[in-house]
Ligand binder design. Structure first.
Ligand SMILES: [Zn+2]
Length: 113
């Protein structure tokens, strides 16, 4: 009897099999679709601190002849990358900027592509 009612209950109560929904973990707005942070100011900054690559490699003076290094601070179109992007310290950014300009003048690096 009990068994039958159980079966009946499950038979009538069984809803259509729902598509598996992911558990709501991050609220109604999820920032996963490419554009992060849909609205509002960001409360916390990422706790990542950029370290100057040149200081880490103990390159005291950036030479314009070190083209591989100097080139790595430029975009493909020949623009210098800003300190904000590369994370280089101010001292090294000045050296890099100078080296880029020298190399442009020597036609080692392009002014623009
Ligand atoms: Zn540095």
């Amino acid at each position: 009897m009990a068994n039958e009612t159980d079966r009946e209950l499950t038979g009538s109560d069984a809803p259509a099999p729902r598509p598996a929904r992911p558990e709501r973990s991050d609220g109604p707005h999820r920032p996963d679709d490419g554009s992060r942070r849909p609205y509002g100011p960001r409360k916390h900054f990422a706790p990542r601190r950029k370290v100057c690559r040149l200081c880490a490699e103990k390159i005291a003076q950036v030479d314009y002849k070190q083209v591989q290094i100097v080139k790595s601070f430029c975009t493909e179109t020949g623009k210098m990358l800003s300190r904000r992007i590369t994370g280089v310290c101010a001292r090294h950014q000045r050296q890099v900027a100078r080296a880029v300009k020298i190399n442009r003048n020597l036609a080692i690096l392009p002014y623009s592509v």
